[in-house]
Write a protein that binds this ligand. Structure first.
Ligand SMILES: O=C(O)CCC(=O)C(=O)O
Ligand SMILES: [Fe+2]
Length: 448
């Protein structure tokens, strides 16, 4: 019997080497922003600063090889979204499938690689598959360990039990069989160039999201220290010293804010991360003699140059499934004009919004339309029906639009981070709410 037809998932031990897990933990620490789910931070490949790309791309390739091998789809899977997600206490994910929405329907295979270990870095947070057997449904529970991975079809039912303590970090990679939905077209398209490459210095170090505006909180401080302790960085100053491990688990769930670190702390962490990532083993880097700031800037610049120079090579070797960097990304916008209302969807379970084209007055409308068109154009220039962005994939000005929508309508009952932007065409079929996700939808009437 065909293996793929009989076995739908597997756990691969040691898919990522410890060194790579460490790099990704550091990257998340520097570039993660609130998003994806309540009590989570996320860092997507699209919006992460480009010095983080090599680690993410390497991990992505290992995941792709493993998935193509296991599902016997050699050369057939394209990465659709790559993101690290950190689950803090109180976060969980009920039984779901990863293709349960229209805008997720291009996801065909899921790979989750854990970057931290249960019992060491966090408590709770078991991963499980819901498997159907002769005697009804049962759960196959997996204890996440750093470097191990779950490979499964996106249509398979699975979930994540509540995290009770610590920080549970994972790398999610969803694959599609449709190359036009591959994330690389966005990575090197105008959107990626704006988000991933960044303009100002701080964008280049931390990513383009709103991370600079969130205040510090205790949970991210703890995560920072633990991650740094695990990363074996040379201690430098107080912020980098590992803390004693906490011996007792706190009773019950601790509600936490998932705010990332303030700029000063992030800068120190970024410096530490770069020292680790860019250091040539066994040699003293002369770049550091100029002191922290100066040497750091030069290292970032050098890493960026390396990434930029490597892009054609990566592309040539099939690491990037896209056209040349300079390919024009244009299409006929005319057919999209004349929309009169926007659907703003407020989803109770997954915090976020769906924004369609139109409405909101002419200036915002133009910007929103531009964003939506950018998000909803495939590599071939075709318009997609829906598209989703979260965390720092959402440009800061789009956050401003959402704040304005909030003020305008006042329909948000709870303050929440706008961490997901779902742009979809008004022509797309309205989706049926999945039983796993509660939704409420609000029509925003056209403004005069
Ligand atoms: O982190 C995990 O173990 C699973 C996460 C998951 O299923 C998801 O994000 O869809
Ligand atoms: Fe999932």
């Amino acid at each position: 019997m065909d293996r793929a037809a009989s076995v739908e998932h597997c756990i691969r031990e040691g898919l990522l080497p410890e060194e790579l897990c460490r790099e990704l933990r550091l990257l998340h620490l520097v570039a993660g922003v609130p998003g994806y789910r309540p009590n989570c931070t996320a860092c997507t490949l699209l919006a992460c600063p480009k010095w983080g790309w090599p680690a993410l791309l390497r991990a992505r390739e290992l995941a792709r090889d493993a998935a193509e091998d296991f599902f016997d789809e050699f050369g057939g899977l394209w990465p659709e979204t790559t993101a690290t997600v950190c689950w803090f206490p109180g976060s969980s994910l009920p039984v779901h499938t990863d293709d349960c929405k229209e805008y997720l329907s291009k996801r065909h295979v899921s790979v989750v690689i854990w970057l931290s270990s249960q019992g060491v870095d966090f408590e709770g947070g078991d991963f499980f598959f819901e498997v159907e057997g002769a005697s009804g449904e049962s759960r196959e529970v997996v204890s996440p360990r750093a470097g191990n991975a779950a490979l499964f079809r996106a249509s398979e039912r699975h979930g994540l039990r509540t995290v009770l303590r610590g920080a549970r970090l994972a790398l999610n990679i969803w694959f599609t069989r449709d190359p036009s939905a591959a994330e690389d077209s966005r990575l090197l398209g105008p959107e990626g160039l704006v988000l991933g490459w960044g303009r100002g210095l701080s964008q280049r170090f931390f990513g383009a999201g709103p991370q600079r505006t969130w205040p510090e909180d205790e949970a991210s401080g703890r995560l920072a220290k633990r991650t740094l302790a695990q990363a074996n960085l040379p201690p430098r100053g107080r912020a980098l010293r590992p803390r004693k491990k906490r011996s007792r688990c706190k009773e019950g769930l601790q509600p936490v804010s998932t705010s990332p670190l303030p700029p000063s702390r992030r800068a120190r962490l970024a410096v530490a991360a770069h020292r680790k990532l860019l250091a040539v083993p066994g040699s003293k880097s002369p770049d550091w003699h100029g002191g922290h700031g100066h040497g750091f800037f030069r290292l970032v610049w050098r890493r960026e140059r390396q990434v930029r120079a490597a892009l054609p090579r990566w592309h040539q070797h099939g690491l990037l499934s896209i056209g040349p960097l300079s390919s024009p990304h244009s299409h006929d916008c005319g057919q999209l004009g004349g929309r009169s209302s926007a659907l703003v969807e407020h989803n109770d379970y997954v915090p976020g919004l769906t924004i369609a084209r139109g409405a909101l007055g002419s200036a915002l409308q133009r910007r929103l339309k531009k964003l939506a068109d950018g998000l909803m154009t495939s590599q071939e220039g075709q318009l997609l029906n829906q598209s989703m962005r979260f965390g720092s994939d959402v440009p800061p000005w789009a956050y401003a639009i959402v704040r304005r929508i909030r003020r305008l309508r006042g329909f948000f009952t709870k303050p929440r981070a706008f961490d997901q932007l779902i742009a979809r065409s008004p022509d797309s079929e309205s989706e049926k709410p999945s039983p796993d996700f509660q939704q409420s939808t609000v029509e925003v009437p056209e403004r005069a």
